[in-house]
Design a binder for this molecule. Structure first.
Ligand SMILES: [Zn+2]
Length: 444
């Protein structure tokens, strides 16, 4: 059977009738309950904006109508943590054994050999077209920023941000081992200047498995001070490790306090926390909440990488304490992370897939209606985006229309029959063909 064909009018004004929207994204709206954490509504699209969200039948006048037939309507989603510079190199540089170490060494080799502007442009553009086709409206990407790479990639990111303006909001974070701030202060200063000049965010990868020591504290302090001096936000790769000894998350929370840092701080991964004992985990969660830090979990990538030993069945899921963080009041998101590269062999920057897998991996079903925020309003707010990830009258009509009428139908199938609206206009939801990458990757 062919996929459902949506008939979205080309006109400036029409009604989406018979829609269902998540309760979690309907702040301040009074609408009839449709069960399963959903509300029933009609939506008026006018000149690219969502002009009204009203109870079914309440939007009067003779207007063009799209019958959603009980289907879910979501805002375009927000992908808070990706690696567009690494994306899609799998056929050229696979991970030899699927481990985190295999990923790091493979990516390093590929980066040294191949990451010129032309190669990066082809792969990043491909990745952005995938995300756009699936209904993503904003992406934050980490950018490998060590040595010569910073000067190659950062201007390209600025070029891509301009090119995609109005379709996908693009933010970028410098990724480097945090001890760069100690081992090569000159390179570190130059990197801070590049990030500041390109409207970026400072980041860094914390020590993998090592306990906090004077060195990690000193490196973090340098990064916090450089960010504060330049008015930059921070977004770290934290404790992405199988080691129960990693303690960087609490250390970062402590550094926010010690430096009275005023910017936004995001901690990604935080895998090791799930291996800490209950009392320590609870104390760290409380410390994170007090610090105001935001947490982003990368369930697909971390389930792929963590706990992997040849010939041994993995014993844990690799994800951080998402339920505990959310219950304690931390802003929690989930995101794609890597796509078809040695850190994660699969993926397509499809946030509906990320949500589906998050439901399954994190067991966020059966625990309240708030979870749709982790791919929409929460990451949008963390990224400082005012009109993204929400369903609010007055905001752009940037929407995903689904045939699924419930979360069960949403999570059960890949949702290939969705429609995506950008400023009220229907876009092509066909992702680009992998063959387009053959020339850039030098092979089929
Ligand atoms: Zn990452």
């Amino acid at each position: 059977m062919a996929a459902y064909t949506w008939k979205i009018p080309a006109e400036d004004e029409y009604v989406l009738s018979g829609a269902r929207i998540p309760l979690a994204l309907a702040d301040g709206l009074t609408l009839p309950v449709a069960g399963d954490g959903l509300l029933a509504c009609d939506m008026l699209v006018e000149k690219g904006r969502l002009a009204a969200i009203a109870p079914p039948g309440a939007i009067g006048g003779a207007r063009l109508n799209v019958d959603c037939d009980g289907g879910l309507v979501l805002p375009r989603l927000v992908d808070l943590h990706t690696h567009l510079d690494k994306g899609h190199i799998w056929s050229r540089q696979p991970n030899p054994d699927g481990t985190h170490w295999g990923a790091r060494t493979s990516v390093m080799a590929d980066r040294e050999a191949n990451w010129n502007a032309q190669d990066l442009r082809a792969r990043m553009d491909f990745a952005l077209r995938c995300a756009y086709a699936h209904g993503t409206g904003a992406i934050r990407t980490h950018i490998d920023s060590l040595g010569k790479q910073a000067a190659i990639t950062w201007p390209l990111v600025a070029e891509m941000r301009e090119l995609w303006k109005g379709r996908v909001d693009l933010q970028a974070v410098a990724l480097f081992p945090i001890d760069l701030a100690l081992t090569d202060p000159e390179q570190f200063r130059a990197l801070v200047a590049i990030v500041a000049a390109n409207g970026g965010i400072m980041g860094g990868m914390t020590f993998l498995g090592g306990k906090p020591d004077e060195r990690s504290g000193a490196a973090l302090r340098h990064i916090f001070e450089a960010a504060a001096a330049n008015g930059l936000d921070l977004d770290f790769h934290v404790d992405e490790s199988d080691s129960a000894d990693a303690r960087s998350l609490g250390e970062i929370a402590g550094m926010i306090e010690a430096t009275r840092f005023k910017g936004r701080v995001v901690a990604g991964h935080c895998c090791s926390l799930a291996l800490a004992d209950e009392a320590e985990a609870a104390a760290t969660v409380a410390k994170v909440v007090d610090s105001g830090m935001a947490i982003v979990s990368l369930p697909m990538c971390n389930m792929y990488l963590m706990g992997r030993t040849q010939g041994r069945t993995p014993r844990w899921r690799g994800v951080t304490l998402v339920h505990e963080f959310a219950a304690a009041g931390a802003p929690v998101s989930v995101a794609s992370d890597n796509t078809r590269d040695p850190f994660y062999a699969y993926g397509d920057l499809d946030m509906i897939e990320v949500y589906r897998e998050a439901v399954r991996i994190l067991q966020i079903d059966h625990s309240g209606p708030q979870w749709p925020r982790i791919v929409s309003s929460t990451p949008a707010s963390v990224m400082g985006l005012k009109e993204s990830g929400t369903l609010r009258a007055g905001d752009p009509a940037d929407l995903i229309l689904l045939r699924a009428r419930s979360f069960n139908e949403l999570v059960s199938r890949p949702q290939n029959d969705r429609a995506v609206l950008v400023n009220g206009k229907s876009i092509d939801t066909t992702p680009p063909d992998y063959r387009e990458l053959d020339a850039a990757l030098g092979a089929g």
